[in-house]
Ligand binder design. Structure first.
Ligand code: BGC
Length: 441
């Protein structure tokens, strides 16, 4: 191949750097932004529920497929298995397939709603019964031309940074997981195994701005990732394509009427308004971009940033249409903020939320895509014990009567009542999400 053509092919990401002069390497290479120009797979299981639930306007949107337990790999009643989804993706002519890897030992250590099937010490089973079979299916040459976006183990690493001793937000289960190292080992294994497949794009969860945005958390999280995950159990820097914020959360893309440094009554709202409470970030785009820059430096290659916008719309009658005129910083922020939650730490089936921006490639500089990781209409968790074989418990954060804990500043939960188990269809929430969509449907 002529030098000019080879250079063009390299730039397009089609050749492997270092292939012998003249020899064409046909190994598929990762492209810079897997979403650029791509048709993304639509999950027919979700689409059918969305249509039946009054959401035909959004039923053709791509949502992630969740591998939330070992049985999900082969499929469960009412949910296709991984191969069936991949085959369907080929039938659709899709370029991108999106999957969530979510089954760590001792999963969801700061809550009970999405506890999983594997006990805290089951790292062996995680590797052999969960990651290995997934890697084998994804590695099937039939799927080599699909770009597979894998969101790896949401909530896990943020939890072992913030919800551990000596912080007041600590939980016994997060202390256990930090001490046994199985989140770090499991994520390392998943990154290494999946990253060995040239068409898999691994994305690591960075929580959201209302979790790791504070100085106490922001850089320490990057330190934890670099020192405890990279180099652990098979993970290398090249196995990380990027990071994702706001998974299954409700943080807005842009607080349109203020930023952390807006001065009201002579003081920046960052220090004067309780809602912000010294956070550097008031919204997801500013936060994700900042992490993009930090991890690009730390990993030594450009990292790709995604944001989950499935439920961060906050439209409807309570959306402020301009900044407050108050000169009291607290009143100003309360009256101006688009995120209408009672507290940023609230996460379960939030009352008043709406569908957010529709999935979009390269929506603005520094962000590679808005995606829908949490399928709208699927519950975040139940407030009452519901017998199940998925490991899921009842969580008070899903009970509107609950008055909170240190992780949400001891505030009411803001949850909708009578929710089903996490992942199960919650029609009342879906109806509200459609009604409060922003941009409107
Ligand atoms: C649940 C999973 C579910 C996912 C998507 C999580 O909270 O634990 O079981 O697949 O949400 O709805």
């Amino acid at each position: 191949m002529a030098v000019a053509a080879a250079t063009a092919a390299l730039a397009a990401g089609l050749l492997t750097v270092g292939s012998p002069a003249g020899a064409e390497d046909v190994t598929p290479r990762r492209v810079d932004n897997p979403y650029a120009g791509a048709q993304v797979y639509v999950n027919p299981d979700w689409a059918a529920k969305a249509s039946a639930g009054g959401g035909s306007a959004i039923a053709d949107e791509p949502t992630f497929v969740w591998m939330d337990r070992i049985a999900a790999i082969n499929g469960t009643s009412g949910a296709m298995g991984l191969r069936a989804h991949l085959d369907e993706a080929l039938d659709q002519g899709a370029d991108v397939f999106q999957v969530v890897i979510y089954n760590l030992p001792g999963r969801d250590c700061s809550a009970l709603a999405s506890n999983g099937e594997l006990p805290a010490d089951a790292i062996g089973r995680y590797q052999t019964e969960y990651i290995d079979p997934i890697a084998e299916i994804l590695g099937d040459s039939a799927y080599a031309n699909l770009r597979i976006v894998a969101v790896v183990e949401i909530d896990s690493l943020p939890n072992i940074l913030t919800n551990v001793d000596p912080r007041p937000t600590a939980t016994a289960n997060c202390n256990t997981m930090k001490a046994n190292g199985n989140y770090q080992k499991g994520v390392g294994y998943a990154l290494g195994k999946l990253g060995a497949l040239p068409n898999v794009y691994n994305y690591i969860d960075i929580g959201h701005h209302g979790w790791l945005g504070w100085d106490d958390n922001f850089r320490p999280f990057a330190d934890l990732f670099m020192s405890q995950v990279i180099g652990n159990n098979g993970a290398g820097a090249e196995d990380v394509h990027g990071f994702i914020s706001n998974v299954a959360n409700y943080g807005v893309l842009h607080e349109e009427h203020f930023n952390a440094n807006t001065v009201i009554g002579g003081r920046p709202v960052r220090e004067a308004a309780k809602w912000i409470d010294w956070n550097r970030y008031v919204d997801e785009v500013s936060y994700a971009k900042a992490y993009g820059e930090l991890f690009t430096q730390r990993l030594g290659h450009r990292v790709s940033m995604l944001i989950d916008t499935s439920r961060n719309g906050w439209g409807g009658p309570n959306r402020p249409d301009g900044p407050s005129s108050s000169t009291d910083p607290n009143t100003f922020v309360e009256e101006s903020r688009i995120d209408r939650r009672i507290h940023l730490g609230n996460w379960c089936n939030q009352s008043g939320a709406g569908i957010g921006e529709r999935p979009t490639a390269a929506p603005e500089s520094g962000i590679d895509a808005y995606v829908w990781v949490k399928p709208p209409g699927e519950s975040d968790g139940a407030s009452e014990e519901i017998p199940n074989d998925e490991g899921k418990g009842a969580d008070e954060m899903c009970d509107p009567a609950y008055q909170g804990n240190p992780r949400n500043g001891n505030n009411p939960s803001g949850a909708l009542p009578n929710s089903p188990l996490s992942g199960h269809w919650f029609q009342a929430q879906f109806t509200e999400l459609l009604r409060n969509a922003y941009p409107p449907l």
